[in-house]
Design a protein around this ligand. Structure first.
Ligand SMILES: [Zn+2]
Length: 405
């Protein structure tokens, strides 16, 4: 069962780039190309995919988005357009992005979902940032005031997709792109205090200093659990006791990972199966890479590198997307490359991305690979692959969408 989730990774452990013609299949030829030429191919593919995805989103949603979310809906296409604008500076992309956020704004009115990836915070935050880039002060102020109207519903969870962590990420996004203190540290601090309080209460009596539940399960991964929550907390200027909670939680996870180096999807799970961003080593690896950077501790770097080995061996998934597909897993290598500047990781990122470039379309058409339950979406479908290809143009600037700032 487990081996059916991913392709055996038969790609060479390293291929030197060369101007010379080489013998081998199309993938090997791609891997041997000088990076300047590979980059052009990634950009071309990203632009073509973006066109197709925009067309599909407009056809599907018109002026009324049934699904406004960044995860599977129209805001994901808007976020892809913003990425395209960041890479190409094409003003049409920015304008189209603004139009699409406007559609998402109408569709998300009355929603009580509060996060960047699945809620109204993502709509209002991206709206404000795009309005700033369009130099439309009035529109930016409108989106900011809508953002500030968002209330935490009673019983809101703490995880990334539906909880406080995902709301906080939207606050950080605004502070990065609109300006420091757009959302005040006082407001952010109050949210963090609630997260730490609830995490501490649930952890009582156990060996991990923080613990959280989503729908009754104590998840570890990036989407619903500890990895995602710790990742977001590390974007803060933390007090020493807050740092201790986060570091204690990360150490607990490292000590209790599977013998294979993979991470359980939830507390106590013995099923060493998933190697996804949402559940398993990839999401945890990104958190550990960030911990290495924030705390300057070699132990986190070592653990992140070890998780990276699991992803190289078992992460060539039979899906294309960001959440549980090859595109998302590729970001771990990009993160390790940014951290270590070791070309081995750039090669690995390139190998996974070239595998998609070379084979995804044909494998999906043959039914060997799955195009995603929402095939054009950012987190489950081609949208994520297009986003990755844009990021491959300048790998040091690459950031996992809506997760790495
Ligand atoms: Zn997933």
């Amino acid at each position: 069962m487990a081996e059916n989730r991913y392709f055996r990774n038969d790609m060479p452990r390293f291929v030197a780039e060369t101007e010379e013609a080489i013998n081998g299949d199309s993938l090997l030829k791609l891997l041997a190309l000088p990076y300047d030429k590979t980059k052009e191919k990634f950009l071309r593919a990203a632009l073509d995919l973006k066109e197709a995805i925009v067309k599909e989103t407009v056809n599907y949603t018109g002026r009324r988005a049934k699904d406004f979310t960044l995860y599977t809906g129209a805001l994901g296409t808007a976020f892809l357009l913003f990425k395209s604008y960041q890479v190409t500076r094409n003003e049409n992309d920015l304008k189209l992005c603004a139009d699409m956020v406007d559609v998402c704004e109408s569709a998300s009115r009355g929603s009580d979902l509060v996060t960047f990836i699945c809620g109204r915070a993502g709509v209002c935050a991206l709206g404000a940032v795009v309005a700033k880039h369009c130099e439309d002060q009035k529109l930016m102020d409108l989106y900011l005031s809508l953002f500030k109207e968002i209330q935490m519903p009673y019983g809101v969870p703490n995880e990334l997709l539906y909880g406080r962590a995902g709301y906080l990420w939207a606050c950080y996004f605004l502070n990065k792109y609109v300006g420091n203190e757009t959302i005040t540290s006082k407001h952010i601090g109050a949210t963090v205090k609630n997260m730490l309080k609830e995490g501490g209460q649930l952890a009582k009596g156990g060996n991990c200093p923080l613990m959280y539940e989503w729908h009754g399960k104590r998840y570890w991964g990036a989407a619903h659990g500890l990895a995602g929550i710790m990742h977001v907390l590390m974007d803060l200027q933390m007090k020493p006791e807050e740092q201790d909670y986060v570091q204690g939680t990360l150490c607990y996870m490292i000590q209790n990972r599977f013998p294979s180096g993979n991470y359980p999807s939830s507390e106590g799970s013995r099923e060493d199966r998933l190697v996804h961003w949402c559940h398993g080593a990839p999401g945890v690896a990104l958190t550990l890479a960030k911990a290495a950077q924030v705390f300057g501790d070699e132990g986190y770097l070592k653990a992140a590198i070890e998780a990276g080995e699991v992803i190289w061996n078992r992460g060539l998934l039979k899906r294309v997307g960001i959440c549980h597909g090859i595109s998302g897993n590729t970001y771990v290598f990009l993160s390790l490359y940014r951290l270590t500047r070791d070309v081995k990781y750039l090669y690995r990122a390139k190998a996974f991305a070239c595998f998609l470039l070379d084979k995804a379309e044909s494998l999906i058409s043959k039914g060997i690979m799955h195009g995603g339950d929402h095939p054009h979406s950012l987190f489950e479908g081609y949208g994520g692959m297009a986003y990755l290809f844009f990021d491959m143009v300048d790998p040091l600037q690459a950031r996992f969408p809506a997760y790495e700032l």
